[in-house]
Structure formats: C-alpha cells, structure tokens
Design a protein around this ligand. Structure first.
Ligand SMILES: Cc1ncc(COP(=O)(O)O)c(C=O)c1O
Length: 346
C-alpha cells in the first residue's frame, strides 16, 4: 500500500523519508515569510550568496562550493559531467539505492561492490576498479542501513584510487554522526584533486521541501558543476531559509541532540524486543527481522496504526524495515505497536 500524501493536511506519523521531524527552526521560518515580498525577482546572486554563507559557517573557501536543487541535483550533475557511455561507476551493493541510476542516466555502467553486512567494503570496491572506472560514489553514512565508513577507511580507499577517478562522498547525514572515528571529508578534499562531498539542507536543517544541497570539491570540478546547472537553482525563499538556518545554532544543536537521544532509546527498545538493529549514525534506524514475512507484518501493523515506515523490496532488504526517527512520542508509538505484535505472535 502506498502511504497517503505526506503533506501537512494528512494525518498519520510519517517515518518513511528521513526528513527532519523538527522541521525548520523559527529563524528559517521567519526568513521564508519575509522573502515572500520579493519573489517577483530572480534570485540573481542566490548561488554565490549561499556558497558564501556555507563557507563562513564551515570555514570553506566559497570558490570550492556549488549549490543546487537538492544534493540529488549535484550528484546527477557530477555523473553527467564525468561519465561517458560505457564508463563505470562503482557503488556499494547495499548503499544508497539511487546511485546506480546516476550511471544509467548517462549510459554508463553501475558496478556493485560487495559490502560487509551493509557497510561499504574498501577492498571489495578496489577490486572492482577497471580502466573504465570514472567515479566511486558512496553515501557516508549510508542509506538505508545507517552504517558508515571510518575516516581511516575512506583515506585508505582514496589512497589506492588513481587521481583520474572521482571519489564522491554523499554526506547527506554527516551532521548526525556520533562515531569518533568518522572524519569530515573536508581535509581530504583540500589535500587532493579528486574528492567531492555533497551535503544537503533536507535533513538536519529541516528544509527538504525547499530542495537545497551543495557540493564541495576541487575548484575545477566545482566550476564544471556550476556551468552545467540550471539557471537560478536556489529560489528566493530557499536562499532566505538556508542563510537563516546556517545561523540558527540553537535549533541545529537541539535537533542533533534529540536525534542522538531518540536513536539510542529506539535502538535499545527494538533490541529489547528481540529485533536486530543495524547500528545507525543517521536520523533513521534499520531493523532486520528473521524472515521477509515478519518485516511485511511489522510494516503492515504499523500502517494499520497510521504509522508509515519504509520497507524495501528484494534481496537482503526484504527482511528489513527502516524507521525514520520521529519524536519520542512517535517512536514510543511504534514500540507499542511492535510490542503488541510480539504478544500476538506468542
Ligand atoms: C544518502 C542520500 N543522499 C542524497 C539524498 C537526497 O537529498 P536531497 O534532498 O538533498 O536531494 C538522500 C535523501 O534521502 C539520501 O538519503
């Protein structure tokens, strides 16, 4: 069954798309409202202004930043710019499912590298490299598993790739990471010529509906990405919201803190019900059940209670359900449904 529309008018608890349950902060909301009086104008310098604001917030040279219509736009642009027909893009087998599409869209070949129980495997990726490899694209942390590669492993991977191969690190969930051996790819970007990171305003900043993402990489790559983008990809309200969101440190800290607390609480609760949990560094948790049928039953019983989670068809994911982390109350609601299901199953 398809979940009903996840718009504000719908009732139900929507834990299917890894959006932020906390939404945008007050500062971003007010900025959007204020922007309404100037939307008759094109956002002429929107991309440059947003790149400058991102640069200030993260200490990055804005010349190495390109903004776009969600990070999806930037990942697609990278593939369009660097993949010719027949070229190969390596991705992790149970990684972000969208990645193979970036290859298909350019008549290139997605090459699936085996992983280690849903975590990208550097050696397996390296074994997939051929003369046709142009891009290695990984989400770190990954979706749907929530797993991650340590900084040391990312550096090891990069160190063994030829400089002609672009290493694209989709870092959509980076703000949620608590693992101490995870490394922000910025240092690697600064010290190399072939690493690009993509980021998004859709997750921790709660602005998925405005569609804003950015990429950071070598100036030459960023210049190419800018040239092939659409005109004015960042709308006037989007620019206003993102600038305000970058300044609103309180909202950011609250979202990250709550996410950590609820991630731990919910993961522990699932485990105490006897379910397997893939350790998550994101704003969602993937639970793995004994059989696909059990995953279907869990998904359906949640849906019968107006709670919409994500189940994936096929392969190893067939026995998994992914829960975007909602509020504490919403997650306790999930646990209550699961508890009842456990009791019903004896
Ligand atoms: C790993 C990953 N990358 C990229 C995206 C796309 O994000 P955006 O909204 O910035 O296009 C998502 C969205 O869920 C994601 O999970």
């Amino acid at each position: 069954m398809v979940a009903p529309s996840e718009d504000a008018a719908s009732t139900g608890i929507f834990l299917a798309s890894n959006e932020s349950v906390y939404g945008p902060g007050q500062m971003a909301q007010e900025a959007i409202m204020r922007s309404a009086s100037t939307v008759e104008r094109y956002p002429d310098d929107g991309v440059a202004r947003l790149a400058a604001a991102i640069g200030v917030r993260y200490g990055i040279d804005s010349e190495t930043i390109c903004c776009g219509f969600g990070s999806d736009d930037l990942l697609a642009r990278l593939a369009r710019a660097y993949l010719s027909p027949g070229d190969e893009l390596i991705h992790s087998a149970h990684g972000y499912p969208k990645i193979p599409n970036y290859a298909y869209a350019n008549d290139a070949v997605p090459v699936s590298a085996a992983d280690q129980d849903f975590t990208a495997d550097v050696d397996a990726i390296l074994q997939c490299v051929t003369e046709r490899t142009r891009i290695v694209m990984l989400a770190n942390p990954d979706n749907p598993a929530g797993s991650y590669l340590s900084g040391g492993e990312v550096r090891r991977l990069h160190g063994r790739l030829s400089p002609e191969i672009l290493l694209v690190l989709d870092s959509a969930y980076t703000e949620y990471v608590s693992a101490t051996d995870y490394e922000n790819p910025l240092a690697l970007i600064k010290s190399s010529t072939n690493v690009v990171m993509t980021r998004t305003f859709s997750k921790v900043f709660g602005l998925a509906g405005l569609r804003v993402g950015w990429a950071c990489g070598p100036e030459e790559v960023i210049d190419t990405l800018r040239r092939i983008g659409i005109t004015f990809p960042i709308s006037v309200p989007a620019l206003a919201a993102c600038e305000a969101a970058l300044e609103d440190r309180d909202h950011f800290e609250r979202v990250v803190g709550e996410n950590h607390r609820i991630r731990e609480m919910f993961s522990d609760a699932l485990k105490s019900l006897g379910f397997e949990v893939i350790p998550s560094q994101t704003n969602f948790v993937l639970a793995r059940f004994a059989e696909p049928d059990q995953a279907v039953r869990v998904h359906q019983s949640l849906e019968a209670n107006d709670i919409y989670t994500r189940r994936f068809a096929g392969g190893e994911f067939a026995r998994c359900v992914r829960f975007t982390l909602g509020t504490e109350e919403e997650m306790l609601g999930c646990i209550a449904v699961l508890e009842n299901g456990c009791k019903a199953n004896g």
